[in-house]
Design a protein around this ligand. Sequence first.
Ligand SMILES: Cc1ncc(COP(=O)(O)O)c(C=O)c1O
Length: 505
Amino acid sequence: MTAANEGVPAPAAGPPVPEQPVAPYLDAVMEYAFRGAARYHVPGHKGGPGADPGVIKAIGADALAADVPQLIHGIDVGPSPTPYERAEAMAAQAFGAARSWFLTNGATQGNHALCLALAPLGSRVVVQRNSHGSVVDGLVLSGGLPSFVIPEYDEELGITHCVTPGALAAALRAAPDASAAFVVSPTYYGMAADIAGLGEVAHEAGVPLVVDQAWGPHFGFHEALPATALAQGADAMLTSTHKVTGSLTQSAMLHVGGSGRIDAESVARVLRLLRSTSPSSLLLASLDGARRQLALHGEQLLHETLEAIAVARAKLETIEGIRLVDSSLVGRAGIAGYDPLRIVIDVRGTGCTGYEVADALRRSYDVQVELPTQATIVLVVGLVESTGALRRLAGDIEETVKRIAKPGATAAIAGTAKMLMGEMAVSPREAFLGEAEVVPVGKAARRISCESIASYPPGVPQLLPGERISPEIVSHLTRLAETGARLYGASDPRFRTIHVLREDG
Ligand SMILES: Cc1ncc(COP(=O)(O)O)c(C=O)c1O
């Protein structure tokens, strides 16, 4: 048993689950892949022979053999529980959930599903304003209406942290018709929320708490890490298994707890709608394997990686001009915990931006960071990383900083928490599906945005479909685009034009 299971009731329903050392779906797929079955079914490459030689070389013959469709007897068809059903039940057990689902379109698909299940047409939900864009996209699909709760904002670094229970309580009081609360923990910068406090507040208001734990699939599997959101009282959580643990890109999991506040059947129903009829067996099998690895060896692997990270941190702390953004922030409003697998470095003291430091690291050492911002660089460490590699990383950063540092300090591009409070003029669905026109950004102020634009920094979608565009947002996004920030979701990444709702109707 792992830390994630402690104190969590066993899954309420579903087939009996074996101990964690097996991976029933992965094993069943592998058995089928190599037994020489006559494959008169999709996919057309027939387990490899029909594939382009370049594809065979790139993906590998074994992976092609294991690329099988749904409805193969003995994998996901046959006496219940099938290997597929057992695999999902074992994931639920490992993550302390009543029910878990494998997702083949990322945590993105999980947010879409939870919006469809919990925020149907015309209903209201409270949503953390710096949620991933997929939450508002989910509301575009469902027709639900968001009332936003503002996270804590770090003006010094220009980054957002988590929502406090007090802020959630106020948001729920202002939206008494809300049917659910959606929050994020941990953030892109590894800061975790007071989930127990948020759960109490949500439950007092009579709504379920959904936690987007996309960045914390490893939470709960080592005592140095925060517990899972479910173990702290959340009613549902998402884990983007591919982000930190060992499953393939685009694979993730959705977990519902046993509180009964979220009806698992409603979630299963919307997932049937969102799911391809041909989900990738490779993605699904990788989730089954990642769960096994985490459940069996997660604690020890994390232990070794955390030791390696401590070595790197000790070295990084001695480098002039940089500062670690780390556990020293825990206890501030909106920060109840911290993920040591995220190495966040404040580079302002080098006189360079995070973009410049990241660029120099890439050109000199082929070190590729997860995210540069004006004031920081963010590095994501996986479940397995060696001391040698992390020591070398710290050395590369030291050499780079020594070489490129300039006198003076870099100013962060900081907005204000108020900037996150745009006026929601129409529902995200109406704006996204309404008739749009493209206008130069200079003429966009006071118009209603049809786009969701999320910039890094500060990692917050400044503009959502349905929001009225303020002149401050236009100048903030323009400045970010000019300094090299990536504007996710913008139809024009250079932010010269934008889609707005037509006014003439
Ligand atoms: C908080 C959060 N939720 C959800 C997602 C979407 O995850 P995925 O890329 O697995 O679809 C992301 C992606 O970065 C994220 O940061």
